[in-house]
Design a binder for this molecule. Sequence first.
Ligand code: PMT
Length: 410
Amino acid sequence: MTSGRLKPRVLLGVSGSVAAYKAVELIRLLRKFCEVRVVLTRAGSRLVSEKVLREASGFPVWTSLFKGSTPIPPGTPGGSHPLAVVPHIEFAKSADMVLIAPASADLLAKLALGLANDLLSTLCLYATCPLWLAPAMNTKMWNHPAVVQNVRTLRQRGVPFLGPENGHLACGEVGEGRFAEPSEIALQVESHFRLFGKWKGRRVLVTAGPTQESIDPVRVLTNHSSGKMGFALAQAALNRGAEVTLVTGPVKLAPPNVARVIGVKTALEMRREVLKAFPKTDLLIMAAAVADYRVRRASRTKIKKARGGLSLRLVRNPDILAEVLRRKKPFQRVVGFAAETDHLEKNAREKWGRKPCDLLVANRVGGGRAFDNDQNELLVFSPNSPRPVRLAKDSKSRLAEKLLGMLDEF
Ligand code: PMT
């Protein structure tokens, strides 16, 4: 944050997505910890009124590159350049973040190409602070090859994406493209300002998602892990400025902008990648749901249906967490998870006895809990406390922030 100011400055771009009205709630949440100035695109102004955004932010809303500029006295050096005297350009110069929420498909295309044909796209080329995007659009648009390509280009430039999420869309369809909850966006922005730099230099390795064990070329043994918990933890470590490596099983989520994403399928592949990265890791978080068993010999060809049942011979997979704990150096910290359907506290405590991590995070699974759910509730075992700490039901991002908060002191 620029020195001498009490609050960080966020330039909020609102573009032409149906979710534009949600910017009002987002501004309310952002204003709790930062100054917000709004730039509204022409398409955005068809969906949410300038007046409402002005009321919400407490400042005039900027809509045009030239509106609000002061005339340049003749003979002023450099005065022929319109940007020299426009107040929102001055704000962009001192902004701590440009956040575009919602970001439409059109806006993503402009940013990917570097167009500067309206105020918002021009400011994005001009501002030197971080640019964050929270896209919102119909699923078909989000999955269109042109949009996919633009998102890839922007990600490669290091632009973080908040969402979109899967869910009900304004058009009545259900799918990916839904605007992230304003509270989640505000949480990530707040964490960025409050915590960035706190973990600078820390090397964090996170595992996420399920593993898949082949039965034959078309069938797998797997579980319901979506990767959401692990990805939220990776994002929370990024928010603190850590250098994050994410080893993930097959999931449908777009990874946060971590240093490295390593995709794996099987438990053996995950083991290989974790053991390779672990010596250069300060903190390992094993949130992945690793298959305990694999098929002893997967068939090379598709197994044909036959009369009667089918028996599969399973063998135990190595326990990665247990192995890592045996290799752990004194400077390293390890967080393990325990997924239990019953007797959560008792079973998790026993697991902690067998795998003595610095934190053991227990969650109840089954019946729609924890796995593939946006929310979770946790029981955290730590040597610092005789009784486990209960983290009440909350979004996985919020829980991830709380968990990492418990590791600040380690
Ligand atoms: O991905 P989500 O949909 O968001 O769901 C989150 C989650 C439920 C997957 C997550 O919160 C969670 O509980 N992850 C651990 C799941 C699990 O495998 O638990 P477990 O009790 O079977 O294993 C205990 C620990 O040992 C875990 O840290 C696990 O990563 C690790 N393990 C397990 C088996 C194995 N062969 N090697 C391991 O390292």
